[in-house]
Design a protein around this ligand. Structure first.
Ligand code: HPA
Length: 245
């Protein structure tokens, strides 16, 4: 079996409980990754780690080189990838502090390099995306939450928006009508590319604010950062439980 890789998002430029053994820059056909791929030990297990927004969080969601990141993780030996995702909560059971493992996604992003089948080399394939996340890794995340005593919402639809601005209240109402429970900026093209590359991909989402128009207040970075800080240790504990399983 290959390695488990973790893609860190906001709040996770590094993984506090990861002992890094080696950091390696990986050349890819798609250009530079967000950072060097770290190989380390988490709960006595070897894992790979890559911060999506770079080591100093300098890459906004639409500038992340998702293709390079996923290609590099696979080239480094990953066969499973957990994408960490801070999100805004849309439906009532997705209040701040909620952990969720989405089972569906809608892509509202644009202008991102979103496929390895771009017609320039190596033919074209239309991959199946009916179930966009890898069910075995989703279940591994859900049972890891149970083992460490974390309540988790075991399904939900993720709206992937372009960012970096947050949404208007009308945009969020539209996402809600579309059936979305949570909103974030990096779920696509990450999930689609993982499927194209044959990687088993799932996401661990943590709600850091009510989405626009859902709380009656404007959304502040302070609110997001405060909630994020409360999630870091809980998410790290879940990741240790997944890695050690
Ligand atoms: N919208 C989009 N992405 C996000 C949000 C949000 O409200 N919160 C955290 N990531």
């Amino acid at each position: 079996m290959g390695l488990l890789a973790i893609i860190g998002g906001s709040g996770f430029s590094s993984l506090p409980s990861l002992t890094v053994l080696e950091s390696r820059s990986v050349e890819t056909p798609y250009g530079a990754t967000s950072a060097a791929v770290a190989r380390g030990r988490l709960a006595e297990c070897e894992v790979l780690f890559l911060p999506r927004h770079g080591p100093s969080h300098h890459l906004p969601p639409h500038r992340v080189n998702y293709r390079a990141n996923l290609w590099a993780l696979r080239a480094s030996g990953a066969d499973r990838v957990i994408g960490l995702a801070s999100v805004g909560g849309i439906t009532p059971s997705f209040g701040p502090g909620t952990l969720a493992v989405p089972d569906q996604i809608i892509d509202y992003t644009y202008g991102r390099e979103h496929t390895i089948y771009d017609g320039l080399a190596g033919g074209i394939e239309h991959i199946d995306f009916t179930e966009p996340y890898c069910e075995s890794l989703r279940q591994a995340l859900i049972s890891a939450c149970a083992r460490v005593g974390e309540t988790v919402v075991a399904r939900g639809t993720y709206a992937a928006t372009q960012g970096p601005r947050l949404e208007s209240a009308a945009e969020i109402r539209r996402h809600e009508r579309d059936g979305c429970d949570m909103v974030g900026m990096t779920g696509m093209p990450e999930a689609g590319l993982a499927r194209e590359l044959g990687l088993c991909y799932a996401s661990l989402a943590f709600v850091v604010n009510w989405a626009a128009g859902k709380s009656g207040n404007v959304i502040t970075m302070k609110e997001i950062e405060d909630n994020l800080a409360l999630c870091v240790e809980r998410v790290s504990t879940v990741l240790e439980a997944v890695a050690g399983a």
